[in-house]
Design a protein around this ligand. Sequence first.
Ligand code: ME8
Length: 512
Amino acid sequence: MNLFIDPSKKFYITTPIYYVNDIPHIGNMYTTLACDMIARFMRLDGFSVKFLTGTDEHGQKVEKAAIALEKKPQDFVDLVSQNFRNLASFMQFTHTDFIRTTEPRHLKATQHLWKELLDRDEIYLGGYSGWYAVSDEAFYQESELINGKAPTGAEVEWVTEPSYFFRLSKWQDRLLEFYHANPNFIAPESRRNEVLRFVEGGLHDLSVSRTSFKWGIPVPGDPDHIMYVWLDALTNYITALGYPNQDSDDFKDFWSNSLHVVGKDILRFHAVYWPAFLMAAGLPTPTRIFAHGWWTRDGEKISKSVGNAIDPIKLVETYGLDPVRYFLLREVPFGNDGDFSDTALIGRLNSDLANSYGNLVQRVLSFIAKSCEGIVPKPDPMTSEDQTLLSQITDLLPAIRAHMEKQLLHKVAEQIWQVIGEANRYVDDQKPWALKTTNPTRMGTILYVLAETIRQIAILTQPLVPQASARILDQLAISPDQRTFADLGAALVPGTVLPAPEGVFPRWVEGK
Ligand code: ME8
């Protein structure tokens, strides 16, 4: 499919911008984590990457949260936005920009986009009477309500106010043509089908301004109105590329290789409204939108009222950054819903990280330290078993690249761990410890093959478990500028002196 293999080798990845009505939780962290894995992968694969995250600071929901704390909205959002920024740095995410919708650059971009839509007669003034759910910041048709509530379970209120409308109904056919011409635009497939069915069902013009509260971006030329928070929020993706200036190479090359990762709850806004706004303004659409699933905890919906919210900071302090990353990215097929439990996390930590990857590295490196004086041995002619293992590693990059193209993040891990399993089996079969006195040359070859296998695996696991991968590569004396995918082919140099090995994935022992 090679969606992002463009000669410019530029890649733009975005998270949703998070509402600042509450402290960050595992759900937000998960989306940014997934983007971080993709961003790291693409950089290692030679791409120049822009990775955007940030906060969505306007709207009624945020205003209500500020009022509840008797704070001015701006003071409140300054405070809460900082929590999101702090979490991103605590998690060592590699975002290159953090946008806030209260920034001047964003005011400029949204007002420009509004004028563009108005000039093209895509927006008109009317009046809105209908249902609105503040906690979803979404309008609903009467027919969509279930027992008097939004389909998401949110409370709705009847709203009557003057409002500007976007001519969404007019874009129905163009959107359907667009989806058919771009079958990779929405993923996964099941979500794409949901969007198609929704659009085929008919689109209504969309209310895009509010007059009953003030916390938002003023409509240019009509300051009684503020922009609908979703029109404001979606524009962040192009604000960060410098819109309204569309002529820069940055804008063109990054936007034409762009991926929005979102939760399934907000796919409709991204896959229907957003491309319609862009097409109506004469702007190009993003390349792809991937909607991931929903985390529950021990089978229950995660919510503040249930009291089962997971604090990402506590989680990392308990288990460590890499185990948390690995669990969240590996446990659930990316796109599916998943259930969080400490038991499942500990299971993955002990089996995949400590017993499988950690054990491979530990036994090979400590054996080299003990039996080869910590020096990378020289390989003698290799046997077919040696070559089989090495060729399995060489085959890994194209295989995981293909998974990455489709954002099958869990498959990337599965595929690498399969080879880790092969390498552990190779150690058991070849029994290098039994050759120390009888055939030290063969022992050296086996250890060389294993050390080289570990070098390549550690390069490939960097997007998943960056800290441990770096420590493993340090222990193999690989210089930090020789850790990209382009360096996979540069084999370990025999004779290299290795530092003393130390364990990278301690086992989790209950009550330790
Ligand atoms: O919707 N499991 O912001 P938001 C998985 N501001 N992901 C979860 C999750 C869970 N239990 N809970 C939240 C908004 N998420 C808008 C977005 S974008 C232009 C504007 C993640 O703070 C998931 O990515 O409600 C979801 O889409 C996002 O947080 C919603 O964040």
